[in-house]
Design a protein around this ligand. Structure first.
Ligand code: AMP
Length: 459
């Protein structure tokens, strides 16, 4: 077992002092296992997700390599989304606090091009950004990567899922072959393996989360005949009565079908998958996060970007082929010190998948029989809150306080009946306790928010 003290690493005194001032007392698992190799200049494949301390695992390494006197891009971090790039940029800046004159530039889409070009023109050492915009800069000659020492592919699986594979290959082709390549990914499916083979040299593999803490997630497997899947699913809800659940299906069509099946049986469920447009996707996520939808039915790809704090249950409507994906799926429950339950439905032909999961987790699968589940006829699962959409948002200068003020002041609603408020560019979403929905809608039909009439509707 590697030491978990930062002082065991060959890094500068200034960085050790900085880490201490950041309150990083000891290394996280992914840091302890990767940093010694990263600092030796090795390529690594690390399986780690947000929250594991992965940014510092590559950040401390890439900063160690940078020569501040040479104004050329020496490190490039590719991220799937602007949000992640922002987050990574912030953490790298914190890590670079005690190192003089290190310049970092964020290059993400959706932002004006010229200021980015100007920042690059002034000379920079580190670029963090999304593949599309980085490729634009390379094409226009505003970015050069021929002096690159470290390349980081952050959330590589998500970048592939988002269709960045070719763009990434083109970017990588413009970096020196001598570079160090650090790849971080929450999962390790075949396309990622292929990518590692083509862009890395003799990488060290770091795995820190193949198994969840014992006893935190109760896992049960239910064998059914193909036609019994839906009925068993219903029985699982009736028996376990989870307040919140994430349900996994293989295909988009299946997600839609299962969600409508549940809704017909009074279980409030919404499907989320790649066919939804951004607005619909935002609405589903808002409703799930603000307690106005209890069950989300998702594909693996759609679930990957979800920022879900803790769920009572994860249900596999079908089992994935890859046991690692199973482990990743069920890791959505049993978080934040709470217990979770993972329920999997499988047919005889999927028995091999259950076996593979048992082997992968190094523990036998526990089977239960669906006939023994307590059925509760008339059971329904209704969320405590309802979401109201208002047709005014950030562009209309609406802030959460404006909505809260209008509803608690003019409409006379107690603040305790109002839940999460989410403001988007063109619209806002406000969670209201079910019993007060009518009152809020009738207020919005006549009243005003920030001096302006708005329209509100239940979604
Ligand atoms: P990340 O997984 O990189 O998004 O990091 C998650 C959070 O953990 C960030 O807020 C970091 O600032 C913090 N963090 C990273 N490494 C450590 C550490 N060794 N000790 C305490 N906090 C850390």
């Amino acid at each position: 077992m590697a030491s978990d003290r930062f002082s065991s690493l060959p890094i500068s005194r200034a960085q050790l002092v900085n880490l201490e001032s950041l309150g990083y007392k000891k290394m996280t698992a992914v840091q302890a296992q990767s940093l010694p190799h990263v600092l030796e200049g090795r390529d690594i494949i690390a399986q780690a997700k947000t929250g594991s301390g992965k940014t510092a695992a590559f950040g401390i390494g890439l900063l160690h390599q940078i020569n501040p006197k040479f104004f050329g891009i020496q490190a490039l971090v590719l991220c799937p989304t602007r949000e992640l790039a922002d987050q990574v940029g912030k953490e790298l800046r914190r890590l670079a606090r005690n190192t003089a004159n290190i310049k970092l530039v964020l290059l993400c889409g959706g932002k004006p091009f010229s200021p980015q070009k100007a920042s690059l023109g002034h000379g920079a050492h580190i670029v963090v950004g999304t593949p599309g915009r980085i490729q634009d800069h390379l094409r226009k000659g505003t970015l050069r990567l021929d002096g690159l020492k470290t390349l980081v592919l952050d959330e590589a699986d998500r970048m592939l899922d988002m269709g960045f594979s070719e763009v990434m290959a083109r970017i990588i082709a413009q970096t020196p072959k001598t570079r160090q390549t650090l790849l971080f990914s929450a999962t390790y499916p075949e396309p990622i393996k292929r990518m590692c083979r083509s862009v890395q040299r003799n990488p060290v593999t770091v795995t820190t989360e193949s198994a969840h803490k014992p006893g935190v997630i109760e896992e049960l497997f239910y064998q059914v005949k193909r036609h019994e899947r839906n009925n068993t699913l219903l029985a699982l809800f009736e028996h376990y009565q989870p307040d919140t659940a994430l349900l996994f299906c293989h295909t988009k069509k299946q997600c839609d079908e299962v969600a409508s099946f549940l809704r017909e049986r009074q279980i409030e469920a919404l499907a989320i998958h790649g066919d939804l447009d951004q607005r619909k996707r935002d609405q589903v996520l808002v409703r799930f996060a603000n307690n106005s939808c209890s069950v989300l039915v998702a594909t693996d790809v759609a679930a990957r970007g979800l920022d879900i704090k803790s769920l009572q249950a994860v249900i596999n409507y079908e089992l994935p082929r890859d046991p690692e994906i199973y482990v990743h799926r069920i890791g959505r429950t049993g978080r934040a010190g709470k217990k979770g339950i993972a329920l999997s439905i499988f047919t005889e032909s999927e028995q091999v998948r259950v076996n593979a999961i048992g082997q992968f987790q190094n523990k036998p699968a526990i089977y239960d029989v669906h006939e023994s589940l307590d059925r509760r006829p008339g059971f329904s699962l209704r969320s405590p809150m309802v979401t109201i959409q208002i047709d005014a948002g950030r562009k209309n200068k609406i802030r959460p306080g404006d909505l809260l003020g209008a509803l608690t002041g003019d409409a006379g609603l107690p603040g305790s009946r109002i839940g999460k408020i989410d403001i988007f560019d063109q619209s806002s979403y406000i969670a209201i306790e079910r019993r007060s929905v009518r009152k809020v809608l009738s207020y919005l039909a006549n009243g005003k928010v920030k001096g302006r009439s708005v329209r509100g509707r239940k979604i």
